[in-house]
Structures are given as C-alpha cells and as structure tokens.
Design a protein around this ligand. Structure first.
Ligand SMILES: Cc1cc2nc3c(=O)[nH]c(=O)nc-3n(C[C@H](O)[C@H](O)[C@H](O)COP(=O)(O)OP(=O)(O)OC[C@H]3O[C@@H](n4cnc5c(N)ncnc54)[C@H](O)[C@@H]3O)c2cc1C
Ligand code: FES
Length: 249
C-alpha cells in the first residue's frame, strides 16, 4: 500500500512512442501484475511490470508525456505490485500480443520458455516490442499492418497458423482480444486476457474499474481474467471513461 521511492537508472527507446524505464528496485512479481506509478505533480497511473525493475510505456497523454520528459536520476513513487497476474494451468500456451500489450507478456514468455509460442503484432516492424525476448522463448509469428516485417495484416489473421497449444493468453487492443476470445471459444481452449480500465485507488475501494455485468474489479480481481469471466459482458463492446460514462469500442 505504501509508496516506495525509486530512481530511474536507465531509459531505453523501444520505438517512436514507446520507452522502457528501468529503476533501482526489483519487485517480486508474477507476470501480468502492475504497479501504480506516481509522477509527482501530474498523476498516478497503472503500468505492468515488463521486468522486475522496469516498465514499458506508450506515450498517450499527460502522465505518460511527463514520464517521457524524465531522465536517469529522476525519482518516481511506486505502489505495488498489484493484481493477480497470469496463472497458466495448461501447456503449451499460445501468447497473442498486440502493441504495448507485449509488456506484461514478455516476462511470461521467458517464464514459460520452451512451452510457449507467440503471435506478435504491431503497426510497423519498427514498433514490434520485445521481439528477441519472445523469439528466445519459443516459435514466433509476426504480423505488421504495413507488411514491413512478417505477415502483412493483423495478429488475429495468424490464429489459424498456430497449433498444438492448450491455452491462449493475450494482451493488446481490446477489439483484438475480443476476436482472440471468439477464436478460443470456437477451438475450445482456455483463455486469459489482461484488461485495461481506469484504475484510481488500485486497492478495490472506489469502484471505477468495475466491469459489467459481474462487477469484478480490474484492479484487484484482475487485471487478468479468463475468457469464461469475460465472454458475456462488456469485453470488446464498451468500457467506462474516467467519469464512469460508457464508451463504445
Ligand atoms: C493494469 C494496467 C496495466 C497497464 N500497463 C500498461 C503498460 O505496461 N504500458 C502502457 O503504456 N500502458 C499501460 N496501461 C495503460 C496506462 O495506464 C494508460 O495509458 C495511462 O494511464 C495513460 O495516462 P496518461 O495521463 O498519459 O493519458 P490520459 O491523458 O489519461 O489518457 C489518454 C488516452 O488514453 C486512454 N486511457 C488512459 N488511461 C486508460 C485506462 N486505464 N484504460 C483505458 N484507456 C485509457 C484514454 O482513451 C485517453 O483518452 C495499463 C493500464 C492498466 C489498467
Ligand atoms: S481502481 Fe478503485 S476499485 Fe479498482
């Protein structure tokens, strides 16, 4: 619950709008868990741990923009790790990662090395995140929207080329994950998804991250949910914005 001060020890540019920030503390974590990152004077935002001592961030708004202007030696507040993380019960697993959704999945792939294959997607080849980490963990299929690396198209277009897996694990744009869930239902395998919703308290009290119709809280009951938990609800259809209003995907 308490805030830990950490110092930025390294910054790696992954692509034009994604950077990894390393810090001087290693968390004991399960892949899929997140930390609340306090950028002082700006905001506190959830970020998955992409390493025990690192987060990988896409610049999308005020807080992430402020983070991108920070340097080695600057300090951040961190609470966590929070949430449940991935719990793989059937192997081999298939990972489907889109964009910055690869961040929580790369440490999972490393943990499952030799018992996992991955479909990794991005808009362009230059934006593929953690290609080497997935490649060194098992077979890798790549999809890019402009065709600059691998197959020209979307990750979901490659689902039929993967086989031999017992469980699918996915993180990325929600409409992509919805199609992955539909595929998992069709081929009758278990599935798990890491969900993004507005996290405010991070400890299950404020209700801002509840999903319909179950009322499950993404911050403590998730962010990882099974396909079974998500299939009949808001997943891939709508979410709530920071004020609680429904926004369609
Ligand atoms: C459990 C969890 C783990 C996450 N892990 C990562 C990660 O590893 N790397 C990463 O880059 N991002 C991650 N995010 C998303 C990240 O927290 C948001 O992008 C960030 O809070 C945006 O802050 P901002 O002030 O820069 O943008 P804002 O100005 O707050 O928002 C910019 C736009 O981003 C969208 N947005 C912002 N926050 C959310 C949210 N929580 N859910 C859905 N849409 C949102 C909205 O469309 C908004 O218009 C994660 C979110 C959750 C819930
Ligand atoms: S963020 Fe407050 S209950 Fe989940």
């Amino acid at each position: 619950m308490y805030v830990r001060n950490v110092e930025i020890t390294g910054i790696k540019s992954e692509s034009k709008d994604i950077k990894t920030f390393f810090f001087n503390y290693s968390f004991q974590f399960a892949p899929g868990q997140y930390v609340m990152v306090w950028i002082r004077g700006v905001d506190e935002i959830p970020m998955s741990l992409s390493y025990a001592n690192g987060i990988t961030v896409r610049k999308v708004g005020d807080a992430t923009d402020a983070l991108f202007r920070m340097n080695v030696g600057d300090s951040l507040g961190m609470r966590g790790p929070f949430g449940n993380g991935f719990a793989i019960t059937k192997l081999p697993a298939l990972i489907v990662a889109g964009g910055v959704g690869a961040a929580p999945l790369a440490p999972l792939a490393e943990m499952l090395k030799g018992r996992v294959s991955t479909i990794l997607g991005a808009k362009t080849g230059g934006e593929l995140l953690f290609r080497e980490r997935f490649e060194s963990s098992g077979p890798l299929l790549i999809a890019t929207e402009d065709g600059s690396a691998g197959f020209k198209g979307l990750t979901i277009d490659l689902l039929n080329r993967a086989d031999g897996y017992q469980e699918i694990v996915s993180c990325g744009p929600e409409q992509m994950m919805r199609k992955v869930l539909d595929h998992a239902v069709e081929v009758r395998v278990q599935s798990q998804f890491s969900l993004q919703r507005y996290i405010k308290c991070g400890v299950g009290l404020c209700g801002s991250c509840c999903i319909d119709p179950s009322g499950l809280r993404v911050c403590v009951d998730g962010p990882v949910f099974t396909g079974k938990q998500l299939n009949d609800g808001e997943f891939g259809r709508y979410m709530r914005d920071a004020t609680g209003r429904k926004v369609k995907f």
